[in-house]
Design a protein around this ligand. Sequence first.
Ligand SMILES: Nc1ncnc2c1ncn2[C@@H]1O[C@H](COP(=O)(O)OP(=O)(O)OP(=O)(O)O)[C@@H](O)[C@H]1O
Ligand SMILES: [Mg+2]
Length: 575
Amino acid sequence: MKKRSSLKIMLDLMILAKVHIHDLLIATLSGVISFFSSTGIAVLAALLVVRLGGFINVPFYKITISMAILAFVRGLTRYLEQYMNHLVAFRVLCTLRDKVFAAVRRLAPAKIEGSNKGALISMITSDIELIEVFYAHTISPISIAIICGITYVVLISLYSPAVALVTSISYLIMGIGLPILFSKWSKKIGRALRREIGSLNNIFLDLLRGITEIMQFSYRKRAIRVVEKTNKSLVDHQAVLIEQLALLLALEDVIVILTTGAVILTGILTGLSPSVLLPLAFGVFFSFPAIANVASLGNGLSQSLSCGERVLNLLEEKPVADEVTDGIDLNLEDSSNPLIVIKDLSFSYGDQPVLEDFNLEVAQGEILGIQGESGCGKSTLLKLIMYFWPLKIGEIHISGHPVHKITTQSLWRNISYMTQSTEFFEGTIRDNLLIAKPDSTEEELREALDKAAILDFVDNLEHGLDTTLTELGDNFSAGERQRFGLARCFLKDTKILLLDEPTSNLDTLNENIILDALKRNSDGKTVLLVSHRDSCFKICDRVIRMQDKQLPDKARQRLRKIEVQDKQSSDRARQ
Ligand SMILES: Nc1ncnc2c1ncn2[C@@H]1O[C@H](COP(=O)(O)OP(=O)(O)OP(=O)(O)O)[C@@H](O)[C@H]1O
Ligand SMILES: [Mg+2]
């Protein structure tokens, strides 16, 4: 993970909020007036006491009316400050959530496949929430502390430079010393805490996904132990943070009391009259909240900044395969033959080789069956054709164009790709079909369902196509899922179909219906059909068998060399 200094994180986060600068200025101004008012009330209270003692001659009503006005101003400006700060914070968080989702979209699918989803979920939810601390409770408090601190010291120095010196030293200790000390102290723990929340989410996701395995395979005790272990370490770190916070609050109080004592002593030693010293001492005592707000940042801010760092890193992360936006717009109306050409392709996930010197030509209109042992790289081959992963050695051409030169959107527009698992989104069956072709007519939807042998199932549902997935309890069988996935492919109706085990969960009857439909509708279409089932291949014009390759040393060395070059250039780019 890229490490940044706290200052750099703050600057980067500020840049994200620059459009809200006006609101932040209003918040800061309101905060300054609000703190001036509260300190003013304290000074007036002291003047009241001085007046009672007969040291000054100001009418009572003037002091009390001034106090009432300041109290009103304090309430109003405090409200405005809080309102504006939080408004800015929540608006920026809203933008951040959109940006994080866009980043995940840009980085997918390589990022989703390769990383732990729990960490991503905690980033989109709790990390972004915690950045609120920075926007709502950091930017304006720091500005307010600087403005209030300087103004107070200047005002005090008009009455007593010695008292002003004592006060400014305390302000510096509280406003700069404490936050730096505590943010350094808690930074590492803040980072660890965020990491642990991510891994706890990950563990829960894993356990929820595998709940039946947990019940079935006496994994229960171990699962509980795993949760307990991470939970304990999380609580331990939280306890350290709370201890630090308690110590910080205690130190703040000590500084306020010592400073007030020192002010009184300095005033007496320098011969200040009680009518000046008492309001000064009261004013100094009540001026600290504006500065203490910054001191308290050290602890909460460390977590907020470590969340900010993770989110900023994600926003800046480069995708494994860049989306091609400036390239050839793929048009398969008059495509060249063979339509798909794969030349000397070698591919590995990190160190793990999957394909080696793989060559293949698929003619236009051909239905090609692909078989091979589990793990030999069949799904990987389809993902490479979809340009989900960049090619390192070898080439893939579609209609004569290298895949990395075709705009990603046009590539995906021209291919229907059915993965090994079909996913559904919140909504109705209709919504889930329309994602394949948003302007489909009712007839087209029914036709696609019919071809996928799932129309009867839908017609038997009380609300038919408008049945919501929650109504169905999200409980489609694996075979039904596959048939909906196929219906989407039929609906999208593209020239190229990549089907990854489309009938693996179907009985022979439904498999036959689907294969027939595929064959009947495959005019002018090029189909790559991956399957373990021989019965699937009866509609194929040709079947190839992929070998489970262990890369020979030479190819492995070539891949490793490219990996090292990649790493060096990305390190250089980062620097
Ligand atoms: N995202 C990934 N990161 C690292 N390794 C991966 C990734 N995806 C697949 N692999 C590995 O690459 C190899 C090929 O995987 P692939 O999914 O292409 O196999 P397959 O032939 O489709 O297998 P199956 O018939 O079981 O679906 C496997 O050893 C797998 O563990
Ligand atoms: Mg596969």
